[in-house]
Design a protein around this ligand. Structure first.
Ligand SMILES: Cc1ncc(COP(=O)(O)O)c(C=O)c1O
Length: 399
């Protein structure tokens, strides 16, 4: 007789991520993947990380293999604090905790701030990892639409008044999935409203360093009216996601709670990885590497935008990101991107259907394209294949 597993209410709220499911299907080398936002393997700094690893083992010895503090490796936190200071963010090491990727930071913050039934304000669409994580804590979502300048902050005041939310979650730079960026005026307004209504902002910024055009904008956390803002960062898109290192920058009171929450989960992030990444940064590699990434990903972004312009039929719209890894595509109403995915994979190209990024499962006629992981030539071919699928579907739908 099969055992009857009685999972908790929390476990029953868990759901799988469509991206992980799609990535599993993509071992086929003939399929060009425009799906996952994963770094180009050729742009992972293998040599420098090898060298940093050797140095850590030689110079730090057994210390690098030992348990360490929950807050994270102090020199790494000091390094991050100095970088943040240069961006106008007032923080020292006591305001920073190192997490196992920023996903862990988000999840722990969900644990700290969300009671079952609480409302979280998000962008519509938003990062699906947050939908997955916060749903587990019993959050309900008040999702506000975005336009080509990110969150429509004009709608925020009413949403705050009506919902009394526990959190506002926002991605101001090169948003995942839509690639859009929040201008300074909206950042200020968002910060002011959040303070007035006493709601913490989670400012998730994995892509901010990957700007290819235009001038960097100040982080919400750096604005004088944003003391309630919690900033999350990661090395996943800039150095190496396999090391699983991210950080949370917050008021000391929040950091203290995060330390307790993290202790219960994994005691601390990987000691060895923290020292290797610190050594990599200490050797001055990071800024050099960022220059390379901006050039290479900028070329890929241009290649994708050029191909989209060349091949997509005029009924289709798309965003023009200044940075990050993603383009967001809107098909005419009534066309379902999830239905087109199977046909696209058959033709040798994959994407993520947009509905995965909507808290209410809407957005059927949208999809996300990533330009990070294919070469400019593959990007052109992938977009050409996709355009054929779209054109065929448009003829079928409107004939
Ligand atoms: C918006 C956003 N937040 C958080 C994460 C998680 O990143 P990490 O690898 O640091 O856990 C991702 C990863 O794609 C992301 O796009």
């Amino acid at each position: 007789m099969e055992f009857n597993w009685k999972f908790s209410q929390t476990a029953t709220r868990m759901s799988s991520s469509i991206i992980r499911e799609i990535l599993k299907l993509l071992d086929d080398k003939d399929v060009i993947s425009l799906a996952g936002g994963i770094p180009d393997p050729e742009l992972l700094p293998l040599e420098e990380i090898t060298e940093a690893t050797r140095r850590v083992l030689k110079e730090d010895g057994v210390q690098s293999l030992q348990y360490s503090t929950t807050e994270g490796y102090l020199p790494l936190r000091e390094f991050l604090a100095e970088r943040l200071n240069k961006q106008g963010i007032i923080a020292d090491a006591s305001n920073i905790i190192i997490t196992s990727g920023s996903q862990q930071g988000l999840d722990l913050l969900g644990k700290l701030f969300i009671n079952p039934g609480d409302v979280v304000i998000t962008e519509h669409p938003t990062y699906l990892g947050i939908i997955q994580s916060f749903t587990t804590y019993g959050a309900t979502f008040c999702s506000l639409p975005i336009d080509d300048q990110g969150l429509q902050v004009g709608l925020l005041e009413e949403a705050l008044r009506k919902n009394n939310p526990a959190l506002i979650y926002t991605l101001p730079n090169f948003q995942n999935p839509a690639g859009v960026t929040l201008p300074l005026g909206r950042r200020r307004k968002l910060a002011e409203l959040a303070i007035q209504h006493r709601v913490p902002i989670l400012e998730d910024d994995p892509y901010g360093e990957l700007r290819y055009y235009g001038e960097p904008l100040p982080a919400i956390k750096s604005l004088s009216c944003a003391e309630n803002t919690i900033l999350l960062g990661t090395i996943s898109k800039t150095i190496a996601p396999g090391h699983r290192l991210g950080w949370v920058v917050a008021h000391e009171k929040v950091i203290k709670k995060l330390v307790l929450a993290k202790q219960a989960v994994d005691l601390h992030s990987n000691t060895f990885s923290q020292r290797v990444i610190y050594e990599y940064c200490r050797q001055g590699h990071l800024d050099q590497h960022l220059k390379l990434l901006r050039r290479k990903y900028g070329e890929k972004r241009d290649a994708m935008l050029m191909a989209v312009k060349k091949y997509f039929p005029p009924e289709i719209e798309w965003t023009k990101p200044e940075g990050g890894l993603f383009l967001w595509v809107t098909l005419p109403e009534g066309i379902s991107s999830s239905k087109l995915l199977k046909e696209s994979i058959k033709r040798g190209v994959a994407f993520v259907p947009g509905s995965a990024f909507f808290t209410d499962g809407s957005g059927e006629n949208t999809l996300r394209l990533s330009f990070s992981n294919a070469s400019p030539e593959e990007l052109e071919l992938g977009i050409k294949r996709l355009a054929e699928v779209f054109k065929y579907q448009l003829v079928a739908a409107f004939d």
